[in-house]
Design a protein around this ligand. Sequence first.
Ligand code: FES
Ligand code: FES
Length: 160
Amino acid sequence: MKPVRITLTVNGIKRELDVMPNESLLHVLRDRLHIISVKGNCFRGECGICTVLMNGRPVKSCQVLAPEADGSEIVTLEGLVKNGEPSLVQKAFLEEFGYQCGFCTSAFVLLGEWIINNIPNPTEEQIKEVLNAVVCRCTGYQQIIKAIMKAAQWKREGKS
Ligand code: FES
Ligand code: FES
């Protein structure tokens, strides 16, 4: 197997890397670029802990081969902070205690970003449907849902 050259834009920074054809995007982000908010657990598409945004959509990064991500824009938890200011979803998670051990938090915050950018006035049912993609072992779902509803409301009110 020979390495393949790919280009990724990760949190606004362009990166060129030589990757193996069977290397996962999760491996590239966490182990090669040292973006440690991106976590692995099952490595087979079941837990969703490895979720990142790829071209604006949530993907399970353990299930994306690095060459498939060539040319894409990737956003991780770190990329949500602008000029030192957390995003609305990050602020809402803090206010609503939308985390316990924190292992799943990055994935849920990124799903929350997708929700508030794509469903302006989400119902609890719509949020639950999206959150189904990630497993929280601490089962803190209710506070996560409340946080995402709050962030969506702030966005509607024009808060930044
Ligand atoms: S580590 Fe990717 S889905 Fe579990
Ligand atoms: S907060 Fe612990 S796994 Fe979700």
